[in-house]
Design a protein around this ligand. Structure first.
Ligand code: UT7
Length: 330
């Protein structure tokens, strides 16, 4: 059974934080950030806006494009690297906000790989025949987990959300193949170490800023370049395809240099790669839908195009999903 995307919606908060704004906050420069990351600006949520607010808005937009009513949603999968609360799940909070009164659901956590993992999971539920309509939402208010005094990390991240509606799309279309991998030996390379069971909230945690994102940028960079190519090739191989068959590479937007190096290793020309990191920074689970939606709205993806969605990040975790695109009827 072909299971694919029948609607997509995204949202970013209106407030923009530019590299020039950051120059006034930490010892950095627009030139350094642009050259080393490709980021020019990012969107930051106001203090009264939570990840579930952005996620619900993106979900309603996706449902509208899909012409699906909230009551028709069977399953909601929410993925995030900036949890609203440990529990209840964000799936439950968003279910209530959008009025999806017949849906079940859960949160699926896999940091920046979360959107790919959730898309694959949602497709399996439909393939099993048990459900018809799945809503997958990646939503982030990462700005709450950023140490705004740490120039190594604060220039990278942004807030936003993206959602897709999954349904049967016809034989030969939709998810063709996938690859998901973990290497927990790299768990310390990128983490929010404090505030949960291992390092519960305490004065010590606050003093050492363990409730903020900690990253070994160089190591995560090398890992990301390697796995971007590896997982894309693995998924393509499972589909009996090669990188030359790809029409669009849609990678997690972590750093323009990671994206360019990954594409080069795969031999994919840069004009077949979705890039919008300059506008949003790294929005973790929201970055792939934000990049995909842009291509869809600009009419750049044609019916039958082969897409690879590629995620990588904390865990370490990484993965890819190869899809044959079915045009969304307007
Ligand atoms: O979404 C999950 C995946 N996350 C990622 O993929 C992030 C991966 N890592 C990266 O994108 C890059 O490693 C960074 C953008 C974080 C850093 O770039 P880099 O080229 O690896 O720089 P670096 O860490 O090697 O630092 C080079 C220099 C250092 O100074 P010294 O030691 O050479 O004097 C840093 O202190 O740049 C300095 N630096 C900065 N300078 C100005 C670090 N951050 C900044 C900054 N502005 N914001």
């Amino acid at each position: 059974m072909g299971v694919g995307i029948i609607g997509i919606g995204t949202v970013v908060p209106p407030r923009v934080l530019t590299n020039y704004d950051l120059e006034k906050m930490v010892d950095t420069s627009d030139e350094w950030i642009t050259i080393r990351t490709g980021i020019k600006e990012r969107h930051i949520a106001d203090s009264n806006v939570n990840p579930s607010d952005l996620g619900a808005e993106a979900a309603l937009r996706a449902l509208k494009m899909a012409k699906v009513e909230p009551e028709e949603v069977d399953l909601i999968i929410v993925t995030s690297a900036s949890l609203e609360m440990i529990f209840p799940s964000m799936a439950a909070v968003i279910q209530n906000k959008i009025g999806a009164k017949n849906a079940g659901g859960f949160d699926l956590l896999s940091a920046c790989t979360g959107f790919v993992s959730s898309l694959i999971t949602g497709a399996q539920f439909i393939r099993s025949g048990d459900v018809r309509t799945v809503l997958v939402i990646g939503t982030e208010v990462l700005s709450r987990f950023v140490d705004w005094e740490d120039r190594n990390t604060c220039v990278l991240f942004g807030d936003g959300a993206g959602a897709v509606v999954l349904r049967e799309v016809g034989d030969g279309y939709g998810l063709i193949s996938w690859d998901l991998k973990l290497d927990g030996s790299g768990a310390d390379l990128l983490a929010i170490p404090g505030g949960c069971a291992k390092n519960p909230c305490s004065e010590e945690v606050l003093k050492n800023k363990l409730h903020y994102i900690k990253m070994n940028g160089r190591e995560v960079f090398k890992f990301s370049v390697r796995v971007l190519g590896e997982t894309t090739e693995e998924s393509l191989k499972k589909a009996g395809l090669t990188p030359a068959d790809l029409d669009w590479l849609i990678p997690h937007q972590a750093n323009i240099r990671i994206i360019e190096a990954g594409a080069e290793r795969l031999g994919i020309p840069i004009d077949k790669v979705a890039i919008n990191i300059h506008k949003y920074g790294n929005t973790s689970t929201a970055s792939i839908p934000l990049a995909l939606e842009e291509l869809v709205l600009e009419g750049k993806i044609k019916d039958g195009d082969v897409l690879a969605l590629v995620g990588f990040g904390a865990g370490l975790s990484w993965g890819s999903a190869v899809l044959r695109w079915k045009n969304i009827e307007s």
